[in-house]
Write a protein that binds this ligand. Structure first.
Ligand code: AMP
Length: 409
């Protein structure tokens, strides 16, 4: 990494222009994902992961120009881990800013912000709503401020894109004081991905964002769907937490809230134990009893495994039901878009989901679907029927773009 914008000679003697880049950081409780995005080409110059922090197994792994490498960092903490990241950044890259993925911005943040002291205070307040995620994000920001002093640091929130939801979409039918006093409402997540995919869909369909009404299904380990009208999120499936909504890898998504009391009495479980089951032992894993990984389940289904097939069937049916439900938020439906690891790669899941949407007259094109969409548009449906698209998400690029927007405004 260089600190200068002038020079074009690296120590190793290679000559080339300095490439300005934004470092995108996603901090979890014991890991940090990072990507250095070239501001000119929008391509990642390096991607990587520091995992198992504060343990003997701590390790930094990275990928540059398709080549993978790793380095053991026994007992490294966050600051030590990030310092090692600097050492592997390409020598001809100048980091101009750091963009942080922050999970929960509550109602405090409807856009990305420079991470000054005042903002950090607001972030701490949001932690009560995301106790599993925000403290790790905050710790990552503080470590990054130490390791990259003087560089602008920007927070990009998973929730911010959904701050345009109208009250009838974000309020729960519970005592109103829970909202006013405690902030209990739908916030929605995956906002960075939904926004990126909406912009990309606009480009692919040759439309104007102000005239686009779509539903996006982001299907990864976590899954959420979002209705977008005129470039704004108008409803989404995740809620106060990322547990609500669609069936996910290990998360249940929507269930009857009376289940908590029923299971507590039937099994003598504490609330914490039940929440662990709903977050970590449910979803695809819970129904199949085998795996949270869609690839594994599709293979098992193909080999005749009934529980795997059932898990996929529930996943697809509930997804279709949610997508159809979200159309209530739109004035028209221009397209349904699939993204995320499952959405981008599993033609079987897409086909099963769309088979539950006969009411929309969707007609899948099996050939286009099998190749994960038309090369130019990503379309997987027959001409003349509702366009359904596969669009690869790129949250790192969106965070880098947002970071630059904030630093340049
Ligand atoms: P993500 O969190 O976006 O990386 O997505 C992870 C999910 O995508 C996992 O459930 C993977 O099994 C799934 N996935 C990735 N590739 C495929 C594939 N070719 N077919 C089915 N599922 C896939």
């Amino acid at each position: 990494m260089t600190n200068t914008t002038q020079g074009n000679c690296t120590e190793g003697g290679s000559v080339g222009p300095i490439r300005q880049a934004v470092l995108v950081i996603n901090c979890g409780s014991s890991s940090v994902k990072f990507a250095l995005i070239d501001t000119a080409s929008s391509e990642p110059l390096i991607t990587g992961l520091v995992e198992c922090l504060n343990s003997a197994d701590a390790e930094l792994s990275w990928k540059v120009d398709g080549q993978k490498a790793s380095k053991a960092l026994p007992d490294a903490d966050l600051v030590a881990g990030l310092s090692e990241v600097i050492a592997v950044l390409p020598a001809d890259a100048e980091v101009v800013a750091v963009g942080h993925r922050v999970v929960h911005g509550a109602e405090e943040f409807s856009g990305s912000v420079m991470l000054c002291d005042k903002v950090m205070g607001a972030l701490e307040r949001c932690s009560t709503l995301a106790p599993l995620h925000n403290p790790a994000n905050i710790e990552g920001i503080r470590a990054s401020q130490k390791v990259f002093p003087g560089l602008p640091q920007v927070g990009v929130f998973d929730t911010a894109f959904h701050q345009t939801l109208p009250p009838h979409a974000y309020l729960y039918p519970v005592p109103y004081e829970w909202y006013t006093d405690l902030g209990v409402r739908r916030y929605g997540f995956h906002g960075t991905s939904h926004r990126y995919v909406a912009e990309e869909t606009t480009r692919r369909l040759g439309k104007d964002m102000s005239d686009l009404s779509i539903v996006i299904a982001h299907l990864g380990n976590g899954c959420s769907a979002c209705a977008i009208e005129g470039g704004q999120s108008v409803d989404t499936t995740m809620g106060l937490s990322p547990l609500e909504g669609l069936v996910m890898g290990t998360r249940s998504g929507d269930i009857d809230p009376a289940l908590h009391e029923f299971i507590s009495k039937a099994k003598g479980w504490s609330l914490e134990r039940i929440m662990t089951a709903l977050n970590k032992e449910s979803g695809l894993l819970g129904i199949s009893g085998q795996s949270n990984d869609m690839r594994t389940l599709v293979n098992a289904m193909d080999e005749g495994n009934e529980r795997a097939a059932l898990a996929i069937e529930v996943f697809a049916y509930r997804l279709a039901k949610s997508i159809l439900g979200l159309t209530a938020a739109l004035t028209k439906l221009d397209a349904i878009v699939f993204t995320g690891g499952i959405g981008e790669n599993s033609h079987k899941v897409r086909a099963k989901t769309l088979a539950h949407m006969r009411v929309l007259g969707v007609q899948i094109d099996p050939e286009l679907n099998a190749q994960n969409g038309d090369a130019a548009t990503g379309c997987i449906t027959k001409e003349g029927t509702l366009p359904c698209l596969v669009v690869a998400t790129n949250e790192e690029l969106m965070i880098a773009r947002e970071t630059l927007n904030v630093t340049q405004s």
